[in-house]
Design a protein around this ligand. Structure first.
Ligand SMILES: Nc1ncnc2c1ncn2[C@@H]1O[C@H](COP(=O)(O)OP(=O)(O)OP(=O)(O)O)[C@@H](O)[C@H]1O
Ligand SMILES: [Mg+2]
Length: 370
């Protein structure tokens, strides 16, 4: 099982110094509001690609009043030692270490994969397309860590295109070059998204029926639909480049790029009712979201070419009735990766029995209680 067996923090959020020796079972963090439970999940999320569970910048995670940087170090069940940190020595950069040696984020991504669910995601079906796109891209990054780099290249090129259009007088050769970079990164993004959407839908089909309803997913975006039809990179690239070329005048009037993978939406149908997820009740949406996250974790495992993911579930148990909670714990135990859960009270985790460790969190301290 993929598991963290020791977690050590220095100057991370409200933790000055913490060293938590774990036995590899699931981890249930409990304690009062503001104690530091979500901060601990955020610390674990740093071990994966991207900015982690709160999308915070490196300095934001530094403990207030601390001098220097922060570190999050973990020992895995296979005895590998990994660590990430804010390294202030060389200009506030993220540092990565594996077994004592300097490593890259890509090296780390091969060792640990992480999926999370936070209360901030609760509004994903009701919110705007950008919320769902971010949710989808988060899952895509867990599956394909290079996705983040393609998205950054796309954003950078789009900023350049927008700046060019804003000037009102476009040099066609210059625009062609910028748009080719957008189309190249955009085609990669679309293919990644289509690939992960298919993996998610396949994982949804194999999940047990019952407490967490199934979803029917679709991607609303020209390039993604082409990728889902099986079009190859070259033809998706060409379609994107052609669209950008022919919409310069419109986009110049709008002051920004109006179409492309940065506008893609994830459409979700709540299968039991057949209605769009945005129309489902709050509880139905929450259960649907938990089902999606479980499917994402199980899709990572079904991919077969990497470790089972760690699952970080912030306040997921609190809103569930005891039967649903027990069903969640059972599913987590079948996934093969360690799950980290938070709640204000230890009783919420009774259904785990001896399959999980309880950790009391209190004002930047964490103590194992059995
Ligand atoms: N950079 C920082 N330095 C020091 N303290 C911080 C920093 N960032 C956040 N905190 C503090 O960490 C505390 C704990 O936050 P956290 O979100 O982990 O609590 P929690 O246990 O999840 O609470 P809740 O049950 O309300 O979700 C907060 O009081 C917050 O002010
Ligand atoms: Mg919290």
């Amino acid at each position: 099982m993929t598991a963290v067996t020791r977690l050590s923090l220095t100057d991370f959020r409200n933790y000055g110094a913490l060293s938590l020796a774990l036995d590899g079972r699931h981890v249930c963090l409990f304690g009062a509001n503001g104690a530091g439970k979500t901060n601990l999940l955020e610390a674990v999320s740093q071990l994966g690609p991207g900015r982690g569970l709160r999308s915070a910048t490196l300095p934001e995670m530094l403990r207030k009043d601390a001098a220097g940087g922060w570190t999050v170090a973990a020992t895995l069940a296979n005895d590998q030692k990994i660590g990430v940190g804010l390294d202030t020595g060389s200009g506030a950069k993220r540092s990565v270490r594996i077994d004592g040696a300097t490593a890259t984020a890509s090296d780390l991504a091969e060792l640990v994969r992480i999926v999370w669910l936070t209360p901030a995601m609760d509004g994903v079906f009701r919110g705007g397309a950008s919320d769902r796109r971010r949710f989808l891209d988060r899952q895509v990054m867990a599956h394909l860590p290079d996705h983040g780099r393609a998205a950054s290249r796309y954003e950078q090129a789009m900023r350049e295109r927008n700046a060019l259009l804003e000037r009102g007088h476009v040099d066609p050769a210059w625009a062609d070059a910028i748009e080719a970079r957008m189309a190249e990164a955009g085609a990669e993004m679309a293919i990644n998204r289509a690939h992960v959407l298919e993996a998610l839908q396949a994982a949804i089909e194999t999940r047990p029926e019952g407490h967490f309803p199934k979803a029917d997913l679709a991607l609303e975006g020209e390039a993604e639909q082409a990728a889902l039809r099986g079009d190859d990179f070259k033809s998706i690239f060409e379609v994107l480049a052609e669209t950008l070329r022919t919409t310069r005048r419109r986009d110049m009037a709008a002051g920004r790029t109006l179409s492309g993978p940065h506008r893609t939406d994830l459409a979700t149908i709540h299968r039991p009712t057949g209605a769009p997820a945005r129309d489902a009740s709050t509880g139905q949406q929450k259960a649907l979201l938990i089902g999606l996250i479980l499917a994402s974790a199980s899709a990572l495992r079904a991919g077969g070419d990497g470790p089972a993911p760690l699952l970080l579930l912030d306040e997921a148990a609190a809103h569930l009735d005891p039967d649903r909670r027990a069903a969640l714990f059972d599913e987590l135990c079948d996934l093969g990766g360690q799950a980290w859960l938070t709640g204000t009270e230890a009783y919420m985790f009774e259904g785990f029995g001896d399959r999980a460790q309880r950790v009391r969190v209190d004002d930047g301290q964490a103590v194992i209680e059995g």
